[in-house]
Design a protein around this ligand. Structure first.
Ligand SMILES: Nc1nc2c(ncn2[C@@H]2O[C@H](COP(=O)(O)OP(=O)(O)OP(=O)(O)O)[C@@H](O)[C@H]2O)c(=O)[nH]1
Ligand SMILES: [Mg+2]
Length: 356
């Protein structure tokens, strides 16, 4: 996978999204300004590299009063292209929602939009922009207010611009954002990869059910039905389905891990100030190997299909279809169990790498 690390910056107009991007980038790459909305409709990729890793920061059209519907339509289009049914290189790997700290208000529409991202299985972190305009006490109040509405969400105060009316103020918050990106990075994997795998397995199952039912009908119409042959054929194809699903999921996880492993390595994660205990002498092995070997430990799906027997009279299309239906149910249970296991495996990888 020739992937980019995708981070998106979202929020209302004028909160300082483009300025934040320039601050993170280290020079002016996005147009920012005063007076009227600056960034045009849509999501605008800004490509650059960190240690050879292609990074894409998406600046976005600021939410404006009276344009909510149009704005939400834009967001939905973007979500469709980056859903969990897409491979991981299409996803946003970090989502930063900006709220202007200087306004000292948390608006309902901000909370609604953050929840939309969460509903799409994104981990969202809030950036309180222009935090130079408020005291630490006010920042704390705003943080608590946001967290009272969205449990557990991280809130980071940032100043992206050095100049204020009172003189020169220091920019701050970049390191906190980088640290947050590291946590979000793993959380997004835990939230999305199991669903991506589930989607792949569900799709294979759906195809198998369709094909199997088609086979029965074809045979009955063209050759008359032979229960024995049909039973063997369906059982064999069910076993094959099981093997295929396992392969599909293993490849997907391996691919995604290689991609995230590459991000991790190139971005220099975990950043040095995160935790010295993580950056011990194992660190350099950890970052590669954790991603390289963990996927092997996904438990094999138990072969239970052989245990399901034809029930009652099995020489009719109806009986065969009931049998296929039973296999389908059993597969659904297997898929759910595997998704739980994949989630646990990802959580243990996070614990190993981040220590939490
Ligand atoms: N004091 C202070 N001003 C800031 C900060 N960040 C942005 N600004 C100012 O806020 C104004 C708006 O910034 P933009 O970055 O254009 O805001 P935006 O969110 O991209 O706006 P749209 O593109 O219209 O959605 C500019 O005048 C910036 O100089 C900050 O951290 N502190
Ligand atoms: Mg802008």
């Amino acid at each position: 996978m020739n992937a980019r690390y995708n981070a998106v910056i979202v929020g209302q107009t004028g909160v300082g999204k483009s300025t934040l991007i320039n601050y993170l980038y280290g020079k002016k790459v996005a147009e920012a300004g005063v007076g009227k909305p600056v960034t045009k409709n849509g999501f605008h990729p800004i490509d650059f590299e960190i240690n050879g890793l292609p990074v894409c920061l998406f600046d976005s059209w600021g939410l404006e009063v009276g344009k909510h519907e149009e704005w939400l339509q834009d967001l939905d289009n973007e979500f469709k292209q980056r859903g969990v049914n897409e491979p991981a290189d299409k996803w946003f790997h970090s989502v930063f929602y900006c709220i202007n700290a200087g306004s000292a208000r948390i608006q309902e529409c901000d909370i609604t939009i953050i929840k939309k991202f969460i509903a799409e299985n994104y981990k969202v972190s809030v950036i309180l922009t222009k935090a130079d305009q408020i005291s630490e006490d006010v920042e704390d109040i705003l943080r608590k207010e946001i967290q009272s509405q969205i449990n557990g969400i991280s809130v980071i105060g940032v100043c992206s611009e050095g100049k204020t009316r009172a003189g020169i103020s220091q920019t701050f918050g970049k390191k906190d954002i980088e640290r947050q990106a590291f946590d979000d990075f793993f959380d997004s994997l835990i939230l999305r990869l199991p669903l991506r795998c589930k989607g792949l397995m569900d799709q294979s199952l759906e195809n198998w059910v369709k094909e199997s039912k088609g086979k029965i009908k074809d045979k009955v119409v063209f050759m008359g039905i032979n229960q024995g042959d049909m039973e063997v054929e369906i059982k064999n194809s069910a076993k094959q389905l099981q093997t295929d699903m396992q392969k599909l999921v293993t490849i997907e996880i391996k691919k995604t891990f290689e991609m995230y492993g590459g991000f991790s390595e190139n971005l220099g994660y975990p950043p040095s100030e995160i935790s010295n205990s993580v950056r011990n002498e194992n660190y350099f092995n950890l970052k590669k190997e954790t991603f390289a070997f963990e996927w092997v430990y996904i438990p094999l799906m138990p072969i239970i299909i052989a245990l399901i027997m034809f029930s009652g009279k099995s020489d009719t299309i109806e009986a065969m279809e009931i049998y296929i239906g039973k296999c389908e149910e059993e597969f659904k249970n297997i898929i759910d169990k595997n998704i739980e296991d994949i989630t646990k495996m990802l959580e243990s990888v996070k614990l190993k790498v981040t220590g939490k």
